[in-house]
Design a protein around this ligand. Sequence first.
Ligand SMILES: [Zn+2]
Length: 410
Amino acid sequence: MTTILDRFLKYVKIDTQSDPNTGLTPSTPNQFKFSENLVEELKAIGLSDASIDENGYVMATIPSNINAEIPVIGFIAHVDTSPDFSGRNVNPQVVEDYDGGDIVLNEEKNICLSPSEFPELNNYKGQTIITTDGTTLLGADDKAGVTEIVSAAEYLMNNPHIKHGDIRIGFTPDEEIGAGADYFDVKKFGASYAYTLDGGEIGELEYENFNAAGAKITVRGRMVHPGYAKNKMRNSIRIANQIITMLPRHETPEHTTGYEGFYHLMDFNGDVEKTEMSYIIRDFRADRFEDRKKELQHIVNKVNAEYGAGTVKLEINDQYYNMREKIEPVFQIVESAKLAMELVGVDPLVKPIRGGTDGSRLSYMGLPTPNIFAGGHNFHGRFEFVPLQSMEKAVEVILKIIDLSVQPQK
Ligand SMILES: [Zn+2]
């Protein structure tokens, strides 16, 4: 039996960084190779139907060992790491019995993981912490999740006295470039519901995320020699700026938290003749999300009334929606994850995701999929770390969720 630590260390050393610019699925060939290895590993532990499709999606079954018909549960993690930070030659450091002090990641480059900057380290005194060597990310996002699912599967296959229904396992490519759900075959997966193991610190449980839209605003101006411009020039930059200031000044990412939504100006490009702006619009509540889109349209209409129809063009595209709407009808799947955590001694930390997950898209594709912790911290950078004990607890949570599913319903 491979230990959780060994398995994790083996996975993170394989570079599976995704790339938003290749247009391929998976976006990088290394993800496919890694996923092929996972299939071999799953087969070796007894999941005989483990397979990979042409897009790099791995699926496998832990076959039911009971007679009763119970809903099929899925567990999903992603194999890629973020394009934001190098994932090549990851050289993980294992700090045993962490003493609460600074962890030197890289002596030569003077890079330190310190509780003065990352006070959450204080929660893990005495535990085993896995860090980077300061030059790459770690890839606990989401190889911790992959490790936990494979380890739970291995445990069940080695302990056939533990009763369970059919359990489905899915490993996806390209989550970090927002494409993880693109070719996920929900029907083939065949689960009634699933959990992504892609959250952060121990206890995290998430079933709410933003409703999301992108808005493109194009302002047409009119260039005239500045010396002769009176009543003739129309400066598209100034008109664009007018639109920016008409939006609520404090409803921006840097002024909001928790359940508050925002408009975020991501990109601004312009000269007198033409200015283009890209916004993203985010809100948890569907009605407020619609109101935000209407408000932007209303502002554009006003500006067009002032400068002439067609001066400003607005295009809004919905990107994803709050999974809560799809989770609520099957809310017992959240309750049982919560209960599972409590039963293995983990305090559930329920919070809204100020972003999207593959689970939010899967939920709208017919597979309700809340997200539970994989255990890591400081994703997408050199300070990423994961406590081994958090990964062990995640395995216990998976096993407990499965166990609860065969208990008679109260
Ligand atoms: Zn992730």
